[in-house]
Ligand binder design. Structure first.
Ligand code: FAD
Length: 433
């Protein structure tokens, strides 16, 4: 075997890490290893939705045949409902105030099935389990990075990509080290430390899955992705698994509590009564939906501040490690896939080798940071609007629908190909200087 052009260690095997591993593994000159803390790859939660731009990436990666089979229905590009928004916080029948339609609509999956497609496309032997990264160190003699795991084993790589989720160990070390450096220079180090810990968004979510046959045949949740909206709360439902299951996610926002400590575990089981109590006197559709969830789980939704950088010397952040966001645009996993697509495009480019690796990382950051930050902020704003808390739109239904829809404009403003092209041009310019 010839010497690889470089060795990439992917820390964390969620959607972001596995997408990157699959994309990089197509280049035989790059050695890829995935280090996952758990005993096996797995997803918690139930449904996941993606939009046209993410679908295009999966198409470029040659994965859509498989994804089509596990979607709610095979996506064909026709105009479909993204979300049907209703006013629902009253006991009598509610009303639609906005119908967002778009090519492909929202493409929906069972999370476990979604992750399986990436798992099944991983080459044998690159995944290592029970490997929780504890910290990383730099070699004095060469540019290699030493990875130290909690089981006292080590590994080395030339590039470490932190795909280790919202509580990222890699982000913690990266930002602590940069803060120490800035402190020594007399700069604003505290703002970097503030980027490390995720903050509670003030939102509590209940989640559950319902066999479709449990719902009455005319129920709207069987027909289209629904957002049942009320003051300070909303309920999302959409079908997955070829329409056989309805995924339900509810949100209750206490905006004044944003950034305060969250008491208790982030995810836990709770009673159906607790869920019903949260949505008393909502319209009949919502009542029926929630009564079908026997064992809901309660989630404290956390998010990150927008980060000022994603990369330092031979270390990069990707997915939730870089931009964990509230889920109101159904976009966190899609953004992780966009990160993986752009980073893999840059790393597999002929101009990228050990000598130019850090320039490629800066091109990645340039291509992704602003775009992902915009989606992170848009996610927050989308919930403010659909929970009728927007100072600008309130419950002005005539303007609200359009304003909510604009939060998804990033899906169509550029294509994966044009984003990749821009990143490569940036790399080429940087390498000439
Ligand atoms: C209620 C809710 C609904 C959502 N709905 C959607 C949706 O519809 N569409 C969408 O696009 N997004 C959605 N999201 C967001 C999406 O789930 C996340 O953005 C996405 O799963 C992040 O993937 P990731 O790979 O970056 O991180 P994760 O999925 O968190 O994966 C991180 C991996 O790293 C491992 N790990 C952690 N620490 C270490 C360590 N120290 N060493 C080694 N391994 C480690 C973990 O075990 C895990 O496997 C939703 C989120 C929530 C909370």
């Amino acid at each position: 075997m010839p010497e690889p052009k470089f060795r990439v260690a992917i820390c964390g095997g969620g959607i972001g890490g596995l997408c990157l591993a699959v994309a990089l593994s197509k280049d035989p000159s790059i050695e890829v290893s995935v280090y996952e803390a758990a005993q096996r790859f797995s997803e918690i939660g139930a449904g996941v939705m993606i939009w046209e731009k993410t679908w295009r990436i999966l198409e470029i990666m040659g994965l859509t045949e498989r994804f089509s089979k596990i979607a709610h229905a095979p996506p064909d590009g026709s105009i479909e409902v993204g979300f049907d928004h209703r006013r629902s916080d009253q006991p009598e029948e509610g009303f639609r105030f906005s119908l967002a339609e778009m090519p492909y609509g929202c493409i929906r999956f069972h999370r476990a099935d979604f992750l399986d497609v990436f798992i099944n496309n991983l080459p044998a032997g690159i995944a290592h389990f029970n490997k929780r990264l504890s910290f990383y160190g730099r070699s004095l003699s060469d540019s290699a990075i030493a990875l130290h795991f909690t089981d006292d084993t080590t590994a080395t790589c030339d590039l470490l990509v932190g795909c280790d989720g919202i509580k990222s160990t890699v982000r913690g070390q990266m930002y602590t080290e940069q803060a120490e450096r800035i402190r020594a220079e007399g700069g604003d180090w505290q703002s970097l430390l503030d980027c490390i810990e995720p903050a509670w968004s003030g939102k509590t979510t209940y989640r559950g899955l319902i066999p479709a046959e449990k719902l009455s045949s005319g129920h709207r949740a069987l027909r289209a992705p629904m957002k049942y909206c009320g003051k300070g709360k909303h309920v999302v439902s959409y079908s997955i698994s070829q329409g056989s299951i309805v995924n339900v996610v509810t949100f209750a926002s206490e905006l004044e509590k944003e950034g305060t400590p969250y008491e208790g575990p982030w995810v836990t089981e709770c009673s159906q009564q607790e869920l019903l109590d949260c949505f008393t006197n909502w319209e009949p559709d919502v009542e029926e939906l929630l009564k079908c969830i026997d064992k809901p789980t309660r989630w404290g939704i956390h998010h990150l501040k927008p980060l000022p950088f994603y990369v330092t010397d031979a270390v990069a952040l990707l997915g939730d490690a870089a931009h964990a966001m509230t889920p109101h645009l159904g976009a966190g996993a899609g953004q992780a896939i966009e990160d993986a697509f752009i980073l893999s495009f840059l790393l597999t480019h002929p101009d990228t080798d050990r000598g130019t690796l850090n320039t490629a990382l800066r091109a990645y950051e340039h291509a992704r940071l602003q775009k992902a930050t915009r989606v992170l902020k848009g996610s927050w704003n989308a919930a403010i609007m659909c929970e009728f808390n927007s100072p600008e739109y309130g419950d002005d239904y005539s303007r609200l629908g359009d304003a909510i829809r604009r939060q998804w404009d990033w899906v169509w403003e550029s294509t994966p190909e044009s984003d990749a092209d821009e990143a490569i041009q940036w790399l080429a310019r940087a390498l000439k200087i």
